[in-house]
Design a protein around this ligand. Structure first.
Ligand code: RB5
Length: 145
């Protein structure tokens, strides 16, 4: 199950992401926002991030205008590693090396075609583990310092 969260800046692109996930037959839970009316991205970042942190959802996709505010917000939740990606290489490497559990994108930064490729890359790339697990564990330790 994929948790989705966006603000008004990301609303339109999120509709395209949902249509894409539908085509792929991938299940998602949409935590809003549910219109293009102005709203506050931390609200929706928190809802989607808590669903991932609790294990209710396996991964998450977040979209705001730049992807910055919504990723900063999600990363405040324990257990969340949200990666802001604007290219497929970063989306691949953040899965392989950081075990990122949420993808953040900027709708005012990316075209729809690239955004959907980034989503595909993020969802189909596995964590490598090994030395990278030690580093991800150290990130988790930072949450309790
Ligand atoms: C909203 O105008 C915009 O600030 C928001 O979508 C995001 O870009 C914040 O980081």
């Amino acid at each position: 199950m994929i948790a989705l969260g966006c603000d008004h800046g990301g609303y339109e692109l999120m509709q395209a992401v949902k249509a894409h996930l539908d085509e792929l037959g991938l299940a998602y839970q949409d935590f809003g926002t549910f219109s293009a009316d102005s709203c506050d991205y931390p609200v929706y970042a928190e809802k989607a991030a808590r669903a991932v942190a609790s294990g209710a959802c396996d991964r998450g996709i977040l979209i705001c205008g730049t992807g910055i505010g919504i990723s900063i917000s999600a990363n405040k939740i324990k257990g969340i590693r949200a990666a802001l990606c604007s290219d497929c290489y970063s989306a691949e490497m953040t899965r392989r090396h950081n075990d990122a559990n949420m993808l953040a994108m900027g709708a005012r930064v990316l075209g729809e075609g690239l955004a959907l490729k980034i989503v595909d890359t993020f969802l189909t790339t596995d964590f490598e583990g090994g030395r990278h697990k030690r580093r991800v564990d150290l990130i988790t330790e930072l949450e309790n310092k």
